[in-house]
Structure formats: structure tokens, C-alpha cells
Write a protein that binds this ligand. Structure first.
Ligand SMILES: NC(=O)C1=CN([C@@H]2O[C@H](COP(=O)(O)OP(=O)(O)OC[C@H]3O[C@@H](n4cnc5c(N)ncnc54)[C@H](OP(=O)(O)O)[C@@H]3O)[C@@H](O)[C@H]2O)C=CC1
Ligand SMILES: Cc1cn([C@H]2C[C@H](O)[C@@H](COP(=O)(O)OP(=O)(O)O[C@H]3O[C@@H](C)C(=O)[C@@H](O)[C@H]3O)O2)c(=O)[nH]c1=O
Length: 264
């Protein structure tokens, strides 16, 4: 029997990557992709109806409020989507016996640890986005037995959405000098690699439910990441890349965002 997989938030960078890679129904998997306009995860009744009218084996939740800066100013929106939305999905999944694959973030940690964060480490978010994502995780854990929470970090797609990788490239079109912080360290993760990891979970029909960490190899600062992007595009000689300790932002960010990827 074929496996039916719902992808919510399908117009975001991760959703679009999954769609590009897997929409042609390979491996006995049938994907249904829904955008925010088609299925808003904060609309509890509509969500339940949608789940009850379809028999999904899995739901990959790519829907989220990801504007870290804006979340400081309007935290209620972040909590509505990242916490209440996740709760609604968990409840719908429970009712319909659907396995929830939910994506979470390194920003659930405070960044004070000396080494990489494991799944056993206690979260302690220091910004509103991180707090809202942690509450979403907790609602899922309280509601479901069959779930995967995959924490990832510094996610970027070279093609889709808004992310640091694309911001840097865009700015090189108009600016000769870029000031980039070296105060945070993390592992940039390509949406293609995260999508492949998720597909492996689906293909192997794994049941090691719970919290998982997934990121690409190689910890670096945002400055280091910017340098890597410029090298990749042969722009390093044209742009003056300035390492800065005090790039001002509204949101605090963890100094150490490195998560430990358990090998399975
Ligand atoms: N981006 C990153 O660096 C990281 C992201 N993550 C997590 O990975 C996941 C995917 O992130 P990413 O692809 O980068 O995020 P994006 O912001 O690119 O995509 C999120 C999508 O969710 C949609 N959305 C927002 N609100 C709702 C809603 N109420 N109902 C349905 N859809 C909604 C957005 O639509 P619209 O744009 O129209 O609002 C957008 O299409 C998220 O859970 C995120 O927290 C984890 C670590 C790092
Ligand atoms: C654009 C820019 C940013 N920065 C700094 C600000 C910040 O400290 C850091 C990263 O900036 P951004 O705002 O692009 O990244 P940010 O939105 O913090 O990225 C986060 O997004 C959420 C959704 C996650 O879950 C995290 O894993 C992480 O990827 O770089 C500079 O120093 N110079 C610049 O020119």
C-alpha cells in the first residue's frame, strides 16, 4: 500500500525543496503539498476537517513563523503559529493516527554550553521565536506518542525563500562592504540535505520516535559562513568582508548554536 504524506507550509524554503525533490511520487510515497492559503495550521476546525477527509500516514510540518527579529515585536503571532499551530496539528494527527514530523530549531537553546547540544540537553530559549518553537515541541510531546521532532540549524536554500545565504548574495549586488558578526557559531544546513534526511525516515518507516538533531557538517560563525558564500561565488576579492562583534539586532541569539547530530 502507498504511503500518503502531507506537507504543510509548502511554500516555504524547506517545503519547496521537498516538493522539488519528491513530488513525483517515488518510493511508494504520495505527497500532498499545502500552502498557508490552502491550509492554515492556526485554523483548528478546518485543519481537523482536512485531516478527517484524508488519510495521511505522515504529516511533515514545514509551516512556521520564522522571522526572528519581528517575533520580538509581535510575539503573539509567533506563538500562534509555532506553538498553537503545532498543538492543532498534533491533535489532528492523534485523531487520525498520522505520524507527525515536526521541524524545530537550535534557537531552543541558550547557547551557553561549551560543546555541541545533544537531545538530552535542557532547552532554555533566549528569544521569542525560540520560546514559541519550544512550546510547540512541548505540546507535541504532551499530545502524541508517534512523532519526530527534528531540530535543525541555520537552514538555507540556494533557490527558495529568505535566508542568510540569499541575503548575503543579494547585498553584494549593491554593497561593497559587508559587516558580519563573529559572535555566534552554528552549522549551516542546506534544505536539500534536511529533505533527504526526512525522506530516509519515511522510506525506512523508522519508529525511533522523539527528538532528533540534524545539521550539516562544519561549525562556523556567520562571518565564516558569509566568507564561504563569497568564495563559492568568486566574490571574495570584490567585497570587503568586515568581521564585527556588535552587529545590532532586536533578538538575542545563542552564542553557541551547534547541535550534535547523532549517527544512526
Ligand atoms: N529558517 C531557518 O534558518 C530555520 C528553520 N527551522 C524550522 O524549519 C521549518 C521550516 O522553515 P523554513 O522553510 O526556513 O521557513 P519559511 O519561513 O521559509 O517557511 C515557512 C512557511 O510556513 C508558512 N506559514 C506561516 N504561518 C502559517 C500558518 N499559520 N499555516 C500554514 N503555513 C504557515 C509560511 O507562509 P507565509 O510566508 O505566507 O507566512 C511559509 O510558507 C520551520 O519549522 C522552522 O522553524 C529550524 C532551524 C533553522
Ligand atoms: C544580514 C546580516 C546579519 N548579521 C547577523 C545577525 C544575526 O546575528 C546573524 C544571522 O542573521 P539572520 O537574521 O539572517 O539569521 P536568523 O534569522 O537569526 O537565523 C535563524 O533563523 C531561525 C528561523 C532559526 O531557526 C535559526 O536556526 C537561524 O537560522 O547574522 C550580520 O552580522 N550582518 C548582516 O549583514
Amino acid at each position: 500500500m502507498r504511503t500518503k504524506v502531507l506537507v504543510t507550509g509548502a511554500k516555504g524554503q524547506l517545503g519547496k525543496t521537498i516538493e522539488e525533490l519528491y513530488s513525483n511520487n517515488q518510493n511508494g510515497l504520495d505527497f500532498v503539498f499545502v500552502s498557508k492559503a490552502e491550509l492554515d495550521i492556526t485554523e483548528e476546525k478546518e485543519l481537523r476537517l482536512f485531516f478527517n477527509n484524508n488519510n495521511f500516514d505522515y504529516c511533515i510540518n514545514c509551516a512556521a513563523y520564522t522571522n526572528v527579529e519581528q517575533a520580538e515585536k509581535t510575539p503573539e503571532i509567533a506563538f500562534k503559529v509555532n506553538a498553537e499551530g503545532a498543538k492543532n496539528l498534533a491533535e489532528a494527527c492523534k485523531e487520525c493516527n498520522t505520524v507527525l514530523i515536526h521541524i524545530s530549531t537550535d534557537y531552543v537553546f541558550d547557547g551557553e554550553k561549551a560543546g555541541p547540544y545533544t537531545v538530552e540537553d535542557e532547552p532554555n530559549p533566549i528569544n521569542e521565536y525560540g520560546k514559541s518553537k519550544l512550546l510547540g515541541e512541548q505540546y507535541i510531546q504532551d499530545t502524541l506518542d508517534k512523532y519526530f521532532i527534528i531540530r535543525t540549524s541555520w537552514l538555507y536554500s540556494k533557490k527558495y525563500g529568505n535566508n542568510f545565504y540569499k541575503t548575503i548574495l543579494e547585498r553584494t549586488k549593491t554593497e561593497q562592504e559587508l559587516h558580519i558578526t563573529n559572535e555566534q557559531i552554528g552549522c549551516p544546513t542546506d534544505t536539500v540535505n534536511l529533505s533527504q534526511y526526512i525522506l530516509e525516515l519515511l522510506k525506512k518507516k523508522k519508529c525511533n520516535f522523539g527528538i532528533h538533531h540534524f545539521c550539516d557538517e562544519g561549525a562556523m560563525t556567520w562571518y565564516g559562513f558569509a566568507e564561504q558564500i563569497l568564495v563559492e561565488h568568486q566574490l571574495l576579492t570584490e567585497i570587503n568582508l568586515v568581521r564585527t562583534g556588535n552587529y545590532r539586532t532586536f533578538a538575542k541569539r545563542p552564542k553557541n548554536s551547534v547541535i550534535f547530530k547523532k549517527r544512526e
